[in-house]
Ligand binder design. Structure first.
Ligand code: PLP
Length: 407
């Protein structure tokens, strides 16, 4: 394991990993069960249109989340769009955090709604409810909370605020499947919660999403909207304008497979998370973002403070890449810094901007074993504890390069 700067591959040492280690490798579950399910779908000859795999996946998700309805979709982005449509929202402002994946903002924008971005509370890494209250105006039509990296956002405060103002509250729960808040699984809060089963998520259906809600009438409307607006009863009459956001049977088969592995995946991720916490404890300028024991821990999130450590996040990334480790920036730039939102309605969100500069997500998940976490942590510890020297040496090395090699 890496201990000295000279061990680092960036400075001539041997790469720690022979094969690349990435963030967000898919959770397949039991491969032979998946192949059985795939064969079953092929034999059954019903590939889509609310087939048996989709129904089973929906039932099992609803049971896991303790919610009355789960309506699965082609992905989470269209799921959010059809929730807006089902709520009858076609204009006005939707308040949301900027520290989220751009899909949260785009889903609103695609429905003719205007995202209004709020800053976050750095003490708990979620959208600050006081900021939300300040942003509510007569134009506000909804509030969206995001359970960033699976950390439940300020659910109680947001529920109180939205019920005081008579606003629907949707949660982007793309990261939070399996996580709990006050003893209840994420999925049953607010007007509706939306999961993603994109291949990088804690459970995957290749691509996919779901709308979880205890509101039966809303569930019926979103079912119809995901299927061209057909009625939910006979499925023959077009009742409204709808889209095609259906999940197909092979996706649902993978979703079920991956869901069956959820408890094991979470236990594995929790062990990895505890290891990151202990292995990287006490490193100046580096924080391992904490998760409680009810989190799915699918992201190994750290922040790097360059002023305190002497090393930038970009250089730490270079150090890791040279070792064949590929971290990710979830999320930099934040939404309000991205072209369409930055230019149309510029805002300054100091906490979000600071976090966006510092965040780094390290690989974890079922393909990353505890020993890998120790090895990744050793690289990070070595680079960050010697941050100033690593920076100087890298600079020196760059200065020695011939100009043609630098270009
Ligand atoms: C926070 C968040 N919201 C929404 C999405 C969009 O999900 P999907 O890819 O299923 O549309 C993602 C990522 O994919 C995400 O990370």
């Amino acid at each position: 394991m890496k201990q000295r700067i000279s061990d680092l591959s960036l400075f001539g040492g041997r790469a720690e990993f022979e094969n690349p280690v990435h963030v967000g490798r898919p959770t397949i579950g039991d491969r032979s069960r998946f192949l059985e399910r795939l064969n079953w779908v092929l034999d059954n000859q019903r590939f889509t249109n609310d087939g048996p795999m989709v129904r089973q996946f929906e039932e099992r998700l609803a049971e896991m989340a303790g919610v009355r309805n789960c309506v699965v979709t082609a992905n989470a982005t269209t799921a959010m769009q059809i929730v807006y449509q089902a709520l009858g929202l076609s204009g006005g402002e939707v308040i949301m955090p900027s520290m989220t994946y751009v899909a949260t903002a785009h889903a609103a924008r695609m429905m003719g709604l205007t995202p209004v971005f709020c800053d976050m509370d750095l003490s708990n890494w979620c959208m600050d409810p006081a900021e939300v209250e300040n942003a509510i105006t007569s134009r506000t039509v909804a509030v969206v909370g995001v359970h960033l990296w699976g950390k439940p956002c300020a659910i109680d405060e947001l529920e109180k605020l939205t019920s005081k103002h008579g606003l629907p509250l949707m949660f982007d729960a793309a990261h939070a499947l399996g996580c709990s808040f006050q003893g209840r699984r994420i999925g049953g809060f607010g007007t509706a919660e939306v999961y993603s089963f994109h291949a990088t998520k804690v459970i995957n259906s290749f691509e996919g999403g779901a709308i979880a809600t205890d509101d039966d009438a809303l569930a019926q409307r979103v079912r119809s909207l995901r299927n061209f607006g057909y009625d939910g009863v006979e499925g023959r009459v077009i009742e409204r304008v709808g889209t095609n956001a259906k999940m197909h049977e092979v996706s649902a088969a993978m979703g079920i497979n991956s869901l069956e592995a959820l408890e094991d995946t979470m236990r594995h991720n929790q062990v990895n998370h505890k290891l990151f916490r202990s292995e990287l404890y006490g490193v100046d300028g580096l924080t391992v973002v904490p998760f409680d024991e009810y989190a799915n821990c699918q992201y190994g999130v750290v922040t790097i403070d360059q002023a305190a450590s002497g090393i930038s996040r970009e250089l730490l990334t270079k150090v890791l890449n040279a070792e064949n480790v590929f971290p990710a920036r979830y999320f930099d730039p934040a939404c309000h810094q991205l072209e369409p939102y930055r230019t149309e309605n510029p805002v300054v969100l100091p906490n979000t901007e600071r976090l966006a500069e510092q965040i780094l997500v390290l690989p974890t998940g079922p393909t990353v074993c505890p020993q890998d976490v120790r090895r990744i942590s050793a690289i990070v510890r070595c680079a960050v504890t010697n941050g100033h020297q690593v920076t100087d040496r890298f600079q020196h090395q760059a200065d020695q390069q011939p100009v043609s090699a630098q270009a």
